[in-house]
Structure formats: C-alpha cells, structure tokens
Design a binder for this molecule. Structure first.
Ligand SMILES: Nc1ncnc2c1ncn2[C@@H]1O[C@H](COP(=O)(O)OP(=O)(O)OP(=O)(O)O)[C@@H](O)[C@H]1O
Length: 244
C-alpha cells in the first residue's frame, strides 16, 4: 500500500481554490519533489497531507499508522534562541540521549549536542531541524522548501544529505522546492504543480515536458546530472526495498 494516495483532491482557502483535482501517490522509500511557481498550492498540498487542512472534495488516504516527520517552510525556531541543540531536541518531549546522538549523525550533524542554536548557520540549523523530524522515526519526511536561504552549494549538500538519510533510514521523502535545477536531480519523481498537476514523472521526463518548460523555461538538463544519486536498490511491491 502507498504511504499517501490523493484522489481527485480539491482544497480551497476561504472559498478560494488552491488545488484542483490532484491525483498523486507516495510509495515507501521514494523521494518525491513538488515544484511549482509561487501560489501554485505546494504548501497547501503539504498541509493537506499532514492533516492541517481538510479537502473540499476527493480523498486523501494515509497508510494506517503512518508516521510523518514535518519540517515547515518557515523555521519555527528563533535562531537567536540561547539554547543548546541538545535542549532544543528534547523539546517538547524528552528523548533518549542515544536517539538524539543517532539522529544528529544521520543528519550530518554528529556531535553538535552542545552547540548553541544561535551559533548555527542557516544550513546547520536546517540539519538540526531535520534531526528533530527524524527523532520520531517517520515513514515519511515532509520538507517544505528546506533550503530557503542556503546558497546553491549549501542546498546541493543538503539534498545529498536527504538522499543519504533515505538510504540509511528507508523513509520516503516529500519535498517542496523552487530550486529545480538542484533538487530535481536528487529526486526519484517530480510533480509539477500549478493549482493542478501539470506533469509528473522522473526528473528527466518532467524537465522536458512542455507544461514544465512553459512554467520554468528550458536549460535544466545539464544541471540535472550534477547531484543525481545512485539507484543502488530496488523497490518491491510490498513496500520493502532491496539494497545491492
Ligand atoms: N491562509 C491562507 N488564506 C487564504 N489564502 C491562502 C492561504 N494560504 C494560501 N492561500 C492561497 O492559496 C494559494 C496557494 O498557496 P500556497 O501557499 O499553497 O502556494 P505555494 O505554491 O506554496 O506558494 P509559495 O511558493 O509562494 O510558497 C495561493 O493563491 C494563496 O494566496
């Protein structure tokens, strides 16, 4: 069973339509990226998937018992907070010290427990936010524009970390991004949204689709090869995956 299945989903804000007739799925262990211009409904889709918004019509089916880790678009943390990483990761619920250490390792932040939150760079803070989401051992990690404020090198490094995390933990990842050139290559599947699903498929297929090019122009093909992760495992129909 898919982790998430959206069937003919329509969602509006105070009577104003944001999503129309959206069909999509997320299977175990896959990295899916949603791209689309400003106001195209990307955040609305994320918020509907986590259950923070109710669809007007259609169905949103979550696999029973699904655990979701969500990193919101605007960092819900004051980066001037005088607080250590360890203390931050123990809020709102105290966590085992070993679980915190592992989450930090998994997110490329090994040994950062005693660093101050207000001493972290934007990219470092994102890794700590990611560790916080990972602490709940999610089946699905949802990241809404996780690299806002990072430069292209920082963003590329962050997406590599995400791919590594998926390989290590086996969780699926659903991301929203504007940085098509970088993020598309780190995705198994891309959904191009503009109120409705314009096109979807592998990064190469979406990048060459006329609907995508009408929204974003051409010229992403070269960059696509840059950070493509290796497919060193196969997904099975029973939601498990086989590593080589
Ligand atoms: N809280 C809200 N109240 C009313 N309308 C909203 C609200 N949030 C979003 N909208 C509207 O819904 C539509 C989709 O917005 P959404 O934030 O989902 O788009 P987005 O693709 O995430 O945009 P961005 O790339 O700018 O973050 C837009 O027209 C927006 O104005």
């Amino acid at each position: 069973m898919n982790l998430i299945t959206a069937q003919d989903l329509s969602v509006s804000h105070k009577g104003q339509s944001a999503l129309r007739h959206v069909d999509m799925t997320i299977a175990a262990g896959e990295i899916v990226t949603v791209v689309g211009p400003n106001g195209s409904g990307k955040s609305t889709l994320m918020r509907t998937i986590i259950g923070a918004m109710t669809p007007d019509s259609g169905a949103l089916i979550r696999k029973p018992g699904l655990r979701i880790g969500y990193v919101p678009q605007n960092l819900a943390v004051d980066s001037t907070l005088p607080m250590t990483v360890l203390r931050f990761l123990n809020l709102p619920k105290r966590q085992a010290r070993s679980a915190i250490a592992k989450a930090l390792v998994d997110c490329g932040a090994a040994g950062w427990e005693h660093r101050q939150i207000d001493g972290l760079s934007g990219g470092q803070l994102q890794r700590v936010m990611l560790a916080r989401a990972v602490l709940g051992t999610p089946d699905l990690l949802i990241l809404d524009e996780p690299t806002t404020g990072l430069d292209q090198t920082g963003a590329a490094a962050f997406y590599k970390q995400i791919a590594q995390l998926r390989d290590d933990l086996g969780c699926a990842v659903l991301m929203v991004s504007h940085e098509l050139h970088v993020v598309m290559s780190a995705s198994d599947r891309v959904i191009c949204l503009n109120g409705h699903v314009c096109c979807s498929g592998t990064p190469d297929i979406v990048a060459s689709a006329p609907e995508y090019q009408a929204l974003f122009g051409r010229g992403t093909q070269g960059a696509l090869a840059l950070y493509r992760h290796n497919h060193d495992h196969d997904h099975h129909h029973d939601d498990t995956c086989q590593h080589d």
